[in-house]
Design a protein around this ligand. Structure first.
Ligand code: HEC
Ligand code: HEC
Ligand code: HEC
Length: 271
C-alpha cells in the first residue's frame, strides 16, 4: 500500500517537474532572435539595419563574446548604452532571460585575424606605442611587449582607455572584429623570457659578487619590508640597471639590454 502511494507520487511528480524545467529556463536563442537580431543580426554579425544606426552602428557579438566579461555584457544589456540605439532591456526582459541571452551570445565563435590586427595596430596605435609595441615615443605609452595583461584585460583597456592618460577609449574608433584582432596581435608581441640565457648572463655578470640569486640583498628603506621576489618587474629592472647598485656592480650591468634583463629576472625569480 505504502509502495503504491510512492509510485503514484512519483508518476505524478514526473510530468510536473518536466513542465517546471522548461518554464524555468528561458530559451536564450529565441529571446535573441525576437529582441536583438533586428539590429545585431541572426548570427550576431550585425544586420543591414543595425549597420546604418546613428550615431553608432550595432556591434558584432561573435568578436566580443569571449573577450568581454559577463558582468559588462549584463550591464550593457540591462541598462543600455546612453545616446545609442542600444536601449535598456530591463523593462522587456527578466534578469534570468538576460542571463540566458548572454549564454546564447557566448555560443558565438570568432577566429582572430592577426594580419588585420597588425595592420590596424600600425595605423591606430603605433604613433604612441611604436611600430614594435615597445613604446618609448615620449608619450608615456606602455611597453606592450612587457605588459602583464591577459587578453580580456587588453580588450578592456582598448574599449575603455585609461582615464587621465593619452590612452583613450577605442570602442568607437575600432569595430569589435578590429579590437579582437588587435588584442590578439598585442598578445602575440609579448616577450617570452629565455631562462637558459638568464642563467648564462647571471654566471657572466653577477655570480662573482652574488654567489646565487637567493643571496642578493636589497638595500635602502624598502629592504626592511620587501623581499626581492616581491618587487615588480619594473622595480627590479630599475634596481639592476640604475641607481646605487650600478656604482658597485659596474657599468657592465647598466649596459644589459632590456630583453637581457627580462631573461635575468626570469632566472632570478625561478631560484
Ligand atoms: C535597435 C537596435 C538594437 C537592438 C534591438 C539591440 N541592440 Fe544591442 N546594440 C545596439 C547598438 C547601436 C549598440 C552599440 C552601442 C555603442 O555604440 O556602444 C549595441 C551594443 C550592444 C552590446 C555591447 C557590444 C559592445 O561590443 O560594446 C551588447 C552586449 C548588446 N548590444 C546586446 C544586445 C542584446 C542582448 C539585445 C537583445 C536583448 C540587443 N543588444 C538589442 C543596438 C541594438
Ligand atoms: C595617443 C597615444 C596612444 C595611442 C594612440 C594608443 N595608446 Fe595605448 N597607451 C597609451 C598610454 C599613455 C598608456 C599608459 C597608460 C597608463 O599609464 O596607465 C597606454 C596603455 C596601453 C595598454 C595597457 C598596457 C599595460 O600593460 O598596462 C594597452 C594594452 C594599450 N595601451 C594598447 C593600445 C592599443 C592596442 C592601441 C591602438 C588601438 C593603443 N594602445 C593606442 C597611449 C596610447
Ligand atoms: C662587483 C660586484 C657586483 C656585481 C658584479 C653585481 N652586483 Fe648586485 N650588488 C652588489 C652589491 C655590493 C650590492 C649592494 C647590496 C649588498 O651589499 O649586498 C648589490 C645589490 C644588488 C641588488 C639590490 C639592489 C637594490 O637597489 O636594492 C640587486 C637586485 C642586484 N645586486 C642584482 C645584481 C644582478 C642581477 C647582477 C648581475 C647582472 C649583479 N647584481 C651584479 C654587487 C654586485
Amino acid at each position: 500500500m505504502f509502495k503504491k502511494v510512492l509510485v503514484t507520487a512519483a508518476l505524478l511528480a514526473l510530468p510536473l517537474s518536466v513542465a517546471h524545467a522548461s518554464d524555468d529556463v528561458p530559451d536564450g536563442k529565441k529571446i535573441y532572435q525576437n529582441n536583438c537580431a533586428s539590429c545585431h543580426g541572426m548570427d550576431g554579425t550585425v544586420s543591414k539595419f543595425g549597420k546604418d544606426l546613428k550615431p553608432f552602428a550595432a556591434r558584432n557579438h561573435p568578436a566580443m563574446s569571449q573577450v568581454v566579461s559577463r558582468d559588462e555584457m549584463r550591464r550593457i544589456i540591462t541598462y543600455g548604452v546612453r545616446g545609442t540605439g542600444m536601449r535598456a532591456k530591463k523593462y522587456d526582459l527578466e534578469p534570468l532571460e538576460i542571463e540566458a541571452v548572454i549564454d546564447y551570445i557566448k555560443t558565438f565563435d570568432y577566429k582572430p585575424n592577426l594580419a588585420n590586427g597588425k595592420k590596424r595596430f600600425e595605423q591606430v596605435c603605433s604613433s604612441c606605442h611604436a611600430m614594435n609595441g615597445r613604446g618609448g615615443t615620449g608619450l608615456g605609452a606602455a611597453n606592450l611587449v612587457y605588459s602583464k595583461l591577459n587578453l580580456k584585460e587588453i580588450v578592456h583597456t582598448l574599449r575603455h582607455g585609461r582615464s587621465g592618460t593619452l590612452m583613450t577609449a577605442n570602442e568607437h574608433q575600432l569595430s569589435n572584429p578590429d579590437i579582437n584582432d588587435v588584442a590578439h596581435y598585442v598578445l602575440s608581441l609579448r616577450y617570452q623570457a629565455n631562462l637558459g640565457n638568464g642563467k648564462k648572463l647571471y654566471a657572466k655578470h653577477c655570480q662573482s659578487c652574488h654567489s646565487s640569486p637567493s643571496k642578493i640583498k636589497l638595500i635602502g628603506n624598502a629592504a626592511r619590508q620587501t623581499k626581492l621576489a616581491d618587487l615588480s618587474d619594473q622595480l627590479l629592472d630599475l634596481r639592476i640597471r640604475h641607481g646605487r647598485h650600478v656604482k658597485r656592480a659596474g657599468k657592465d650591468v647598466e649596459k644589459l639590454s632590456s630583453d637581457e634583463v627580462r631573461d635575468l629576472m626570469a632566472y632570478i625569480r625561478k631560484q
